[in-house]
Design a protein around this ligand. Structure first.
Ligand code: ADP
Ligand code: MG
Length: 251
């Protein structure tokens, strides 16, 4: 049975999508059937994996019009599939709360797919709205990317409170896989200070692997490929390989 990971943080631009796409690519490269579910109406994971934002996707699956297995699409990468975000997913934020069992719709839709994939990664939008709640109810583990910058800790306490509430009321199996320091610039004292502070604040919760700020990571999405296929030897690719190993080991 596959494990479902949500990549979540209500802040935008912290590295959620980069982490979802690149961890998924590393896991697929290691030989496991892997699925990315693009739960963000912005569709960056879909585009970052070179897939068109059309046809059936998460929106249709949440609405119950099509099964998740029917909606899954292959990518150009071996063993890596995707459930895409189409533009109509933006409307789901309004429509979802009116549907029966609104918080559990993604969980129920994905359940049969756990037989098909070893890892399922859910890329969440930058909010704690209905789509993120659906992802957190579907997931067993959460990866929380944290940008290594001055306000890194801000918002994290609120996110952890939300996770506890979901765990208590909706999804007792949910645990934090880890917090991930991203966009780390080892040359700056600020990055070192922030890393120390986050590790001190959340001992045992922060992944050993730190994702460096790396130009290749930023440019890979414009080619519609994960960084390990864009430049397998860059620092970003190496870091995501290490992280994938750590995620698998912790799981
Ligand atoms: P989120 O999904 O949390 O909004 P993204 O993963 O889309 O964040 O990252 C925000 C922006 O920063 C994107 O343009 C992405 O390509 C870039 N980016 C993410 N991680 C890195 C990194 N480690 N080094 C350089 N650029 C990065
Ligand atoms: Mg994103």
């Amino acid at each position: 049975m596959g494990t479902i990971y949500a990549i979540a943080n209500q802040k935008g631009g912290v590295g959620k999508t980069t982490t979802a796409v690149n961890v998924a690519a590393c896991i697929a490269a290691a030989g496991y059937e892997t699925l990315v579910v693009d739960v963000d109406p912005q569709g960056n994971a879909t585009v970052g994996l070179g897939v068109a934002r059309e046809g059936v996707g998460v929106y249709d699956v949440l609405g119950g019009d099509v099964s998740a297995r029917e909606a899954v699409r292959a990518t150009d990468i071996e063993r890596l599939s995707i459930l895409v975000s189409t533009p109509d997913l933006a409307g789901a934020t309004m429509e979802l709360p009116r549907l029966p069992g609104s918080e559990r719709r993604l969980r129920e839709a994905l359940e049969p797919l756990r037989e098909d994939y070893a890892f399922i990664l859910l890329d969440c939008p930058p909010s704690l709205g209905p789509l993120t709640v659906n992802a957190l109810v579907a997931a067993e583990r959460v990866i929380v990317p944290v940008q290594t910058e001055y306000f890194a800790l801000e918002g994290l306490a609120g996110l952890l409170d939300t996770l506890s509430l979901i765990q208590r009321d909706l999804n007792p199996r949910l645990t934090v896989a880890g917090m991930l320091l991203t966009m780390h610039d080892a040359r700056t004292k600020l990055a070192q200070d922030v890393e120390r502070e986050v590790r001190a604040h959340f001992p045992a919760l922060v992944f050993d692997t730190v994702i460096p700020r790396n130009v290749r990571l930023g440019e890979a999405p414009s080619y519609g490929i994960p960084v390990i296929h864009h430049d397998p030897h860059c620092s970003g690719a190496e870091a995501y390989f290490e992280l994938a190993k750590e995620v698998a080991a912790r799981g």
